[in-house]
Design a protein around this ligand. Structure first.
Ligand SMILES: Nc1ncnc2c1ncn2[C@@H]1O[C@H](COP(=O)(O)OP(=O)(O)O)[C@@H](O)[C@H]1O
Ligand SMILES: O=C(CO)[C@H](O)[C@H](O)COP(=O)(O)O
Length: 416
């Protein structure tokens, strides 16, 4: 007995990692999402297919499972967990029109004051769905996926619940939130990693899990990447260069500033301060294949700054370090040489990252000492060198870059 399973639902695919009690990886599997018109169905199928790919000898000895999902990807379900409307994805900004009603009651620097926050999405549903005669449960992606395994409806963790307005300092929903969230049922919130319950018998039988295998409260994808990195000292940070750019700095001080989309997750008795930008690998992938990215990057001289001044976005709107749902992309002029264009994009993203860290320092976060890097951009050493130049601290790949590894550690109990 003694294996731990972490499952990461990212923006473009899902990964599973099994570790042993010495934190060594015993199995790793991944699946890309296919373009889907039914996301919840796609996630459920992917979850089950991923589990099936884990060697049955490991599954038979699993002690615990934890999942992470993309932050602010949310669902509305009936009491059996059936989604009653398509999920709203992490970057869906349709809630922008509800910000005034949130601003009217929320404290001024609340992270819910963002067009993509979970609360803004809940308010959008409130205004656009027919009233239901049965209770409707508001869940995050990670909550809903864990529910498939433990079967208890309405349970979340305080990482996922932050952008819904949960008070992570006092561990309760604040009074100002109640009038905004009725009549929806909000999840009960547990500390990430807390055991929720044993695996459901049909899941146990289908996947050959032991009956006492526990399903634990999860986290968000970029916090899981932080946990995987091994960063533990205040001043250490992790930048996730996946489809989006997310930065997280471990700090003694809590910081929340709505105008720059800066917020603080709780991590033990410290804070993970930072924010998430819509820039990142998704913009690179729009213009280049991964093979082109690798080849063209080798032709860039990282010591020679580009003269291009891009703010790479695929559509108007950013969350951090400028929280403005109407912010325009800046991708002109477009040089003929693809190497120059790619250099402009990589530098533009590096400048946004540096601006984010500068803002955190200006607001009083613990001084930055080093930046670990997780996500698909980690393999780009040219980019790493450019970022080193902008950040002025060592930029190094995380020893473990996969969020699924962080969730596996969570299920092992390291962070509860
Ligand atoms: N050599 C590279 N340089 C920079 N970015 C890369 C490179 N290879 C892949 N990527 C980027 O990595 C991203 C995928 O990373 P990943 O961590 O899997 O994302 P997510 O989990 O957010 O979907 C893609 O958007 C792609 O553009
Ligand atoms: O952009 C994202 C989707 O990949 C990030 O997961 C997200 O917004 C970061 O949020 P959090 O700090 O709550 O983990």
């Amino acid at each position: 007995m003694g294996f731990y399973l972490g499952i990461d639902f990212g923006t473009s695919g899902a990964r599973a990692i099994v570790i042993d009690a010495k934190r060594q990886i015993q199995a790793e599997r991944q699946l890309e999402f296919t373009e889907s018109s039914d996301w919840s169905q796609c996630w459920q199928t992917t979850l089950f297919q991923l589990i099936e790919q884990i060697p049955v000898s490991l599954r038979r000895e699993l002690s615990a499972i934890a999942l992470n999902g993309t932050s602010s990807t949310v669902l509305l379900c009936d009491r059996s967990g059936n989604p009653i409307t398509p999920p709203l994805l992490y970057n869906d900004a349709r809630g922008r029109d509800t910000l005034e009603e949130i601003r009217a009651v929320a404290p001024p620097q609340q992270i819910t004051l963002s067009a993509t926050s979970s609360l803004a999405k809940l308010r959008w549903w409130y205004h656009h769905l027919q009233p239901a005669d049965t209770p409707l449960y508001f869940l995050h992606q990670a909550d809903w996926l864990a529910f498939q395994l433990h079967g208890k409806i309405g349970i979340s963790d305080y990482h996922n619940a932050l952008k819904l307005g949960y008070d992570v300092e006092n561990l309760c929903y604040p009074d100002w939130l109640e009038p905004l969230t009725a009549p929806f049922k909000l999840p009960q919130v547990l500390a990430p990693g807390t055991p929720i319950g044993e695996i459901l018998p049909p899941m146990r039988d289908r996947f050959h899990f032991p009956p006492d295998c526990l399903v634990c409260a999860g986290t968000t994808d970029s916090i899981a990447a932080f946990l995987a990195s091994g960063a533990t000292s205040p001043g250490e940070a992790v930048t996730s260069l996946g489809s989006t750019l997310v930065i997280k700095l471990l700090s003694h001080t809590r910081i929340d500033e709505a105008a720059s989309g800066i917020y603080s997750h709780r991590l033990g008795n410290l804070w993970l301060v930072g924010g998430a930008s819509n820039t990142g690998g998704a913009v690179l992938r729009h213009f280049f294949s991964d093979v082109e990215l690798a080849e063209l990057s080798q032709q860039i001289n990282p010591e020679q700054p580009s003269l291009l001044d891009y703010y790479p976005l695929l559509q108007p709107g950013d969350r951090f370090p400028i929280n403005d749902p109407n912010l325009l992309p800046r991708l002109e002029p477009h040089p003929d040489n693809p190497v120059d264009f790619l250099q402009g994009l990589l530098e533009g993203i590096a400048r946004i990252e540096a601006l984010g860290y500068q803002r955190l320092q200006a607001l009083g976060a613990t001084p930055l000492t080093r930046v670990y890097t997780a996500g698909g951009g980690t393999k780009n050493l040219t980019w790493m060198r450019m970022r080193d130049r902008y950040l002025n601290v060592p930029v190094i790949p995380s020893p473990q870059t996969e969020a699924a590894y962080g969730s596996a550690l969570l299920s092992y109990g390291n962070f509860s």
